[in-house]
Design a protein around this ligand. Structure first.
Ligand SMILES: Nc1ncnc2c1ncn2[C@@H]1O[C@H](COP(=O)(O)OP(=O)(O)OP(=O)(O)O)[C@@H](O)[C@H]1O
Length: 271
C-alpha cells in the first residue's frame, strides 16, 4: 500500500515520518500565556507521553491538536496537514482518524456498554447496529471483558472495568491516532498496570500513533517510546523514554522522582 504524501512537510528533527508535529504553538487565555512556543513531534507508530505538573498546559495541548481550541500562533501538523488552517469540514474528517480515552472514561450513562463502544462506528462511520454490536463485543473481548458485560450499564461497572470499556471504545474504529488523557487516574496500582499493558498491546496491534498525558510516572514509563516534559508552556526536555533518568535537567529530575524540594517548588511558592 502506498502511503499518501503529505501536502507540506515542515523541517523535522525526528525524521520525515513525524505523524504529528507542533511547531512554536502559543495559546493565551486573556493575559495568561499557557503555551508559549511549544514544539514537539511524534513519529508514526510511536507513543509520546507528555508529562508536567497540574495546570502546565497538557490538556490545552491536546485540545489544540484536536482543533477544539485555536492556537494563537504556531503550526500543528497531522500527516503534513496544518490543523491551524483547516476548515471545520476538514477538521471533522481528520477527527475520524482519532480515538480518545478520556479521563474518567467518560461513558454515556444512559447507553449500555456495547453501545458506548459502538458509538463512533454507528454515529461516525454509519455501521449498521447489528454489525457494530458484533465489533463492540469483539473489542470488549480484546480488553478482557466477556460478551455479557455489553448488556450492562456503565454505573454497574467498577472503575477498572469502565477504563477497559473506554479503551475498547477508543480502539473500536481502529484509529490511526489515539490520545490517552490520564488513562490510569483513579485506579489502584495493579489495575493501573493492567490498563497500561492493555494500552501497549492494543496500540501495538493497531500500529497506532499515540499521545498520552499523565502524572503517573509508572504509566508513562510503561507506555512511552518518547517522553516530553512541559513547563511554563514549553517543552523543557524530550527524548527516548529510557533516557529520562539521565535527562540532566533538574526540573525533570524533581518531577519524575516526585520531590518536594527543587526548582519547581521555588516556583510554586512564588506563585
Ligand atoms: N478554556 C479555558 N479558558 C481559560 N483558561 C483555561 C482554559 N482551559 C485551560 N485553561 C487554563 O490553562 C492552564 C492549563 O490547563 P490544562 O488543563 O492544560 O492543564 P493540565 O496540564 O492538563 O493540568 P492537569 O494535570 O491538572 O489536568 C490552566 O491554568 C487552566 O486554568
Amino acid at each position: 500500500m502506498t502511503m499518501p504524501q503529505p501536502k507540506a512537510r515542515p523541517d523535522t528533527d525526528t525524521g520525515p515520518a513525524a505523524k504529528i508535529r507542533l511547531d512554536g504553538v502559543t495559546k493565551r487565555f486573556g493575559a495568561k500565556t499557557v503555551l508559549d512556543g511549544l514544539s514537539v513531534a511524534v513519529g508514526e507508530g510511536q507513543s509520546l507521553v507528555i508529562i508536567g505538573g497540574s495546570g502546565s498546559g497538557k490538556s490545552v495541548t491536546l485540545k489544540c491538536i484536536l482543533g477544539l481550541l485555536r492556537a494563537d500562533a504556531g503550526h500543528i501538523w497531522v500527516d503534513g496537514q496544518d490543523v491551524t488552517t483547516m476548515s471545520e469540514r476538514e477538521r471533522k474528517t481528520m477527527l475520524k482518524r482519532f480515538g480518545m480515552l478520556f479521563q474518567g472514561a467518560a461513558l454515556f450513562d444512559s447507553l449500555p456498554v456495547w453501545e458506548n463502544v459502538a458509538f463512533g462506528l454507528i454515529q461516525g462511520r454509519g455501521v449498521k447496529r447489528r454489525d457494530a454490536r458484533d465489533i463492540a463485543i469483539d473489542k470488549l473481548a480484546r480488553v478482557g471483558l466477556a460478551a455479557d458485560v455489553g448488556a450492562l450499564f456503565p454505573a454497574e461497572l467498577s472503575g477498572g472495568m469502565q477504563k477497559r470499556v473506554g479503551l475498547a471504545r477508543a480502539i473500536a474504529t481502529e484509529p490511526e491516532i489515539i490520545f490517552f488523557d490520564e488513562p490510569t487516574t483513579g485506579l489502584d496500582p495493579i489495575m493501573a498496570d493492567v490498563i497500561n499493558d492493555l494500552i501497549v498491546e492494543c496500540v501495538r496491534d493497531l500500529g497506532a500513533t499515540t499521545i498520552s498525558i499523565t502524572h503517573d510516572m509508572a504509566s508513562a514509563r510503561k507506555i512511552a517510546h518518547t517522553m516530553a516534559m512541559i513547563y511554563h508552556g514549553r517543552i523543557i526536555w524530550s527524548g527516548p523514554a529510557a533516557q529520562i533518568d539521565q535527562s540532566g535537567n533538574d526540573y525533570v529530575d524533581q518531577f519524575i522522582h516526585g520531590r518536594a524540594e527543587g526548582p519547581i517548588r521555588m516556583e510554586v511558592l512564588k506563585g
